[in-house]
Design a protein around this ligand. Structure first.
Ligand code: PLP
Length: 449
């Protein structure tokens, strides 16, 4: 279609911004209408797992569309849904055996919260309803998911509309909320859950929700070994469900199928994952135990919840083909190997005085910026340092995911990197090279060297 034939009525996220038109994508690259090539260093917003433009997915899509694209989940099951659920259970932590499908991450987070609540009622403990989550976290933008999120900037406009829920301190070693050095750490951040459960009253707490590796709010915060094991013990002690939000970390990105696998922790519910369909269709899931499923089955007999596009066969068959692709190309292991290479390369960026920390797990990595490396003082948020660096990298052909507010809800700047699993060493070199240039230029322009 010619350019002049189009009048743009799209309500964009940033109405003041002018967006290039993406027209084509292949592997780790996106191309705009002018032919400019962008390396997709963050898979959009940590979405693209197997890469863009994979023919096998196109074929799976067409085959399923030719058979049946939609049947409502209240009226039918489909082979596509049953097959995908089987594949998800096969890669999930032990004990997770039932899969509920959704079309959005926020929708999936809220589904887990409601499923936990209904489970408590149906098993005869109706006093349990609270969900504890963490500061410096992101669980989605719908009002319920935003209430659980610990990101001050994203919450502030909508606070009057949100229900207050308890939040605990994050597992943020670079900025330990308890002022500890690693050598003296006793996982006080995990103990904070126990304290909060006790303050709130264990009889009132239904679940605890956390991202195994924090993504959007702080740039790949990886907890110490032992943190999630301790969290699991605390949840067990107080009969609280553990819900892990693997929307970003899921299906291989961290070098294991799910990030909690790094610590051998089996949650009661897992929310997954952008990478499940790699951007080819919107599909997410909540995976839970037979115990939760049976309690609802034997209690109310029905999960009083549902969304129209849940479980649609077209999305299910696309996700199924993506999981096959990940398995056939050994991409989970590739994430571990290429992730180690990415992290090693990113560490070279510490030559810039404004780079305070570089961290990550598998192909999910973060670079945090500081005004003063010795004190770890963040930049004035008014400077919007993360956006400046992100925009400069974009101009130079690198897509990354900048964010702010990690340090205290308002201050703190980071860039999140999460390229498609198929990225090569050469492409990682290019990614880091562009980021290096962008950081150097912006540091010079703000006169910090
Ligand atoms: C950990 C986590 N949970 C939930 C969500 C919400 O997903 P969606 O944007 O699909 O609603 C996100 C989105 O970035 C996320 O990172």
């Amino acid at each position: 279609m010619s350019e002049k034939a189009l009048t743009d009525h799209v309500f964009y996220r940033s109405p003041r911004k002018s967006y290039p038109t993406a027209v084509r994508a292949d592997g780790v690259f996106i191309y705009d209408r002018t032919g400019k090539e962008y390396i997709d260093g963050s898979g959009g917003a940590v979405v693209v797992s197997i890469g863009h433009g994979v023919k096998k997915i196109e074929q799976a899509m067409l085959q399923q569309a030719a058979r049946i694209a939609f049947a409502h989940g209240s009226q039918f099951t489909t082979e596509a849904a049953v097959e995908l659920a089987q594949k998800i259970v096969a890669i999930s932590p032990p004990g997770l055996e039932r899969v509920y499908f959704l079309s959005g991450g926020s929708e999936a987070v809220e589904t887990a919260v409601k499923m936990a609540r209904q489970y408590q009622v149906d098993r005869g403990v109706p006093s349990k309803y609270k969900v504890i989550s963490r500061w410096t976290s992101y669980h989605g933008n719908t009002l319920g998911a935003l209430a659980l999120s610990g990101h001050t900037g994203r919450r502030k406009f909508y606070l009057p509309l949100m229900q207050h829920t308890p939040h605990i301190a994050p597992a943020y070693c670079y900025r330990c909320p308890f002022g500890r050095q690693p050598a003296y750490c006793a996982l006080e951040c995990a103990d904070d859950l126990e304290k909060t459960i006790l303050y709130e009253g264990p009889d009132s707490v239904s679940a605890f929700m956390a991202e195994p590796v924090v993504g959007a709010t702080a740039g790949a915060l990886v907890p110490r070994d032992g943190y999630f094991q301790k969290i699991r013990e605390i949840c067990d002690r107080y009969d609280v469900l553990l819900i892990v939000d693997e929307v970003m970390t899921g299906v291989g990105r961290t070098g294991k199928n799910f990030a909690v696998d790094h610590w051998g922790v089996a949650p009661d519910m897992l929310v997954g994952s952008k990478g499940l369909a790699s951007g080819y269709t919107p599909i997410y899931c909540v995976v839970t135990t037979e115990q939760v499923h049976t309690s609802i089955k034997q209690g109310s007999g029905m999960f009083v919840h549902g969304h129209t596009y849940s479980q649609n066969p077209l999305s299910c068959s696309i996700a199924s083909a993506v999981l096959d692709f990940i398995r056939d190309h050994n991409l989970v292991n590739r994430c571990a190997v290429m992730g180690a290479y990415l992290l090693q390369k990113l560490k070279t960026l510490t030559k810039h005085p404004i780079v305070g920390d570089v961290r990550g797990l598998g192909l999910m990595a973060g670079v945090e910026f500081v005004k003063d490396r010795a004190t770890r003082e963040p930049f004035d948020p008014g400077l919007k340092l993360n956006a400046l660096i992100g925009a400069r990298a974009f101009e130079k052909g690198l897509i990354c995911y900048p964010g702010g507010g990690g340090a205290d809800g308002v201050r703190g700047d980071h860039i999140l990197l999460a390229p498609p699993f198929v990225i090569t060493e050469e492409q990682i070199d290019r990614l880091v090279g562009i980021l290096d240039e962008a950081i150097a230029e912006i540091a010079a322009e703000i006169k910090i060297s």
